[in-house]
Design a protein around this ligand. Structure first.
Ligand code: AMP
Length: 278
């Protein structure tokens, strides 16, 4: 497996595979099984798979979160090598940002709800880094996790609006046996917090059950607030019930596969997100 740190080298490497289908998996490292499943899927569907590892400062609206973000490059490369990833692109900040971009992305209503609302500037940073990476790697297909449901909507809008010539593949959320969605941030949870963290998934399942029973979104949300009253360790940021594709709020569950329940909560000072689609 090639480990490449510069744009020139990754482009030279990809040029030597010029007729190949290139699968691309952008990550911020601290890799877990969720990331590895994206790479495995890419390997099945492409000739060459490139995983990028870059903790992108411009998408962090909270400097402490950026500082505490786990960085485990060597361990990550070992995991990628083991599953047969072809190349890792791990650029430095200077390599990615020769100068600070002055361009600003505005993803419309996505900026004003959920992650957009609570992490101002986050999607601008995502849009910038993903555009840069797409331009450097020029993938045939790029792989993203459903866990970041709003990020998927942002990336799809980026690809459509800027006519990026590639296909976005969205992969299921990979969970621990206890239901907790895998996340690089889970490493920062204390043992006590890890024990209680599966309540997040439990609350999504409870919302799903209520909505499928015909309870409206407003009352479902009230039930969820009540659920979290018994677990004071959580500091709920939002719990939304939306249409899966538009991410607009809905009043009731509609047809199969069209409802998303989406949560962001702090636990132990660590911000966790998750969602369920049904
Ligand atoms: P990150 O390193 O957190 O920026 O994530 C890189 C990619 O992995 C994103 O497309 C995420 O949505 C995806 N991802 C993160 N966690 C999971 C998970 N538990 N299951 C599936 N995909 C995930």
């Amino acid at each position: 497996m090639k480990i490449i740190e510069t744009k020139i080298e990754i482009q030279a490497y990809l040029k030597s595979n010029s007729n190949s289908k290139i699968g691309f998996i952008p990550t911020m490292g601290a890799l877990h099984q969720g990331h590895l499943e994206l790479v495995k899927r890419s390997k099945e569907e492409n000739d060459v798979s490139v995983c990028s590892i870059f903790v992108n400062p411009t998408q962090f609206n909270n400097s402490e979160d950026l500082l505490k973000y786990p960085r485990t490059l060597e361990e990550d490369c070992n995991k990628l090598k083991e599953i047969g990833c072809d190349a890792v692109f791990a650029p430095s900040f200077e390599e990615m940002y020769v100068s600070m971009p002055t361009i600003k992305f505005d993803f419309g209503h996505l900026e004003h709800i959920m992650e957009g609302k609570f992490r101002p500037g986050h999607f601008n940073g995502v849009g910038i880094v993903v555009s840069k990476l797409f331009n450097i790697v020029k993938p045939t297909q790029a792989y993203f996790g459903q866990k970041d449901i709003q990020q998927v909507a942002v990336i799809k809008s980026l690809v459509k609006d800027l006519s990026f010539d590639l296909k976005i593949i969205v992969c299921d959320t990979i969970r621990e046996k206890n239901g907790l969605a895998m996340s690089s941030r889970n490493r920062r949870l204390s043992e006590n917090a890890k024990e209680i963290a599966p309540k997040i998934y439990e609350s999504l399942l409870l919302a799903k059950k209520l909505l499928l029973m015909g309870v409206n979104a407003e009352n479902t949300k009230l039930e969820i607030r009540n659920f979290y009253k018994s677990f004071q360790q959580f500091e709920l940021e939002y719990f939304e019930i939306t249409d899966y594709s538009s991410l607009e709020n809905i009043a009731f569950h509609k047809a199969e596969g069209q409802t998303a329940v989406i949560i962001a909560t702090y636990l132990d000072g660590v911000r966790l997100i998750d969602n369920l689609i049904f």
